[in-house]
Design a protein around this ligand. Structure first.
Ligand SMILES: [Zn+2]
Length: 412
């Protein structure tokens, strides 16, 4: 009980929820100044940079080169990097490479795989405790090289994955007065499906990198520490994030060396994950097609998991970020849901309040086939319009503002 109350205290001392709801944005608001440093063209350029490594599938040279490139960018922003090393040795393949992805589920009968499923009245369960509504479509991972029409990209993605040693990178902004306490801002950098993994998850990776860039600017200070983590092996079952938790949870809050004022693993206060940020075109249509445009009602979906040990605090954190969106995001609103699932915040959620930000709810939207680019050859940079990129940028504004408030960020 005491731990829970302390968690609430941490959230409410940084910026009271009630005060947030009441107060307008001040003209000289440092949070607004920081949010204004986000830029659509810079965000797009970072997504584009990631797509140069194809689908960045774990266990390949293109994946290793992407980790190197991400690390070089983070260093160039002035954000000191470190790597987590682990081994990934899965059981021999059973023909399913989409371990972390899940499936539409509950669909079948005499229909062809590409047919939309239109059902009403019955309760259809989706991932994470969600419920499917309306029209759904099958989902899966493309494993067919020839489904990629771009010959150069097909060759870039040709090298198969192999088991063995893996690395992932993070960088850290150290807090001035509370270096021993930390928020973790994450996204997975690996992908698959023979595309460029532009949306899943170049969009989340670029968001985290952009936040690292802005928080690392020399005139920015925070009380608390922020870590920017680019997980590997999400698509195989969250293995990179799990490795981080396994290796580092027990190091939390320890000063090392003693008396140095340095905390290799500050105490975790919250984990904020980003996975698929750009596509909210609505439900598939009855004829099996999708709206080619971002829907005007598009939003950022902030999810917590109601079955997590830290669910109550995670719920509060989710609404805190919703409020940050309301105050600081320029184009798209945010909604909160209780079914966070299938993403790198899951290994954290019993230890620390954990939330994820997405283009859609992972269970009832993504799982129901709302995103036709998901794990497909069309998940390439050119598929997405500025309206799509702007949804990703609005999620970046949301997280930047939320984390800036929680860490008491200021501009000197
Ligand atoms: Zn993903």
């Amino acid at each position: 009980m005491k731990r829970i109350l302390m968690g609430f205290a941490i959230l409410t001392t940084a910026a009271s929820l009630d005060a947030q709801q009441a107060a307008p944005v001040a003209a000289n608001d440092p949070i607004r100044a920081l949010v204004s440093r986000l830029d659509l063209e810079k965000y797009k350029a970072t997504v584009k940079g990631l797509t140069a490594f194809g689908d960045r599938r774990q266990g390949t040279t293109r994946n290793q080169k992407a980790v190197d490139w991400i690390e070089a960018q983070l260093k160039s922003y002035g954000c000191p990097t470190e790597r987590v090393k682990y081994d990934y040795n899965p059981a021999p393949p059973s023909g399913n490479t989409g371990g972390g992805a899940g499936r539409g589920g509950g669909q079948g009968g005499g229909q062809k795989p590409q047919d939309p499923i239109i059902a009403s009245g019955e309760v259809r369960s989706g991932p994470g405790g969600s419920r499917y509504r309306g029209i759904t479509r099958r989902t899966g991972v493309n494993n067919d090289p020839n489904a990629q029409p771009d010959e150069k990209l097909r060759e870039l993605n040709r090298e198969p994955t192999k088991p063995g040693a893996r690395e992932q990178v993070y960088c850290t902004k150290v807090g001035t007065s509370r270096p021993d306490e930390m928020y973790i801002v994450g996204a997975h950098m690996d992908g698959h499906g023979w595309g460029e993994a532009a949306n899943d998850n170049g969009s989340g990776t670029a968001l985290v990198m952009e936040l690292a860039r802005i928080f690392s600017m020399p005139d920015v200070q925070t009380d608390r520490t922020i870590r920017f983590a680019l997980w590997n092996n999400e698509e195989t079952g969250l293995n990179g994030a799990r490795a981080y938790v396994d290796q580092r949870a027990s190091l939390q809050g320890r000063e090392n060396p003693p008396g140095s004022g340095r905390y290799p693993e500050p105490k975790w206060l919250g984990m904020i994950q980003h996975d698929m940020m750009m596509w909210d075109h609505g439900m598939p249509r009855a004829d099996g097609t999708w709206n080619p445009e971002q829907r005007p009602e598009a939003d950022v979906n902030i999810e917590f998991q109601s079955t997590a040990k830290r669910a109550d605090e995670a719920m509060k954190l989710a609404f805190f970020f919703r409020e940050a969106n309301q105050k600081y995001a320029t184009d798209y609103p945010a909604a909160v849901g209780p079914h966070m699932t299938n993403t790198d915040s899951t290994p954290f959620m019993d230890i620390v309040p954990a939330i994820s930000l997405r283009e859609n709810e992972r269970g009832m939207h993504t799982g129901a086939g709302w995103n036709p680019t998901w794990h497909q050859p069309i998940d390439v940079f050119a598929t997405f319009s500025d309206k799509d990129f702007r949804l990703g940028l609005n999620a970046a504004q949301t997280t930047l503002a939320g984390v800036a408030l929680l860490t008491n960020a200021r501009v000197k």
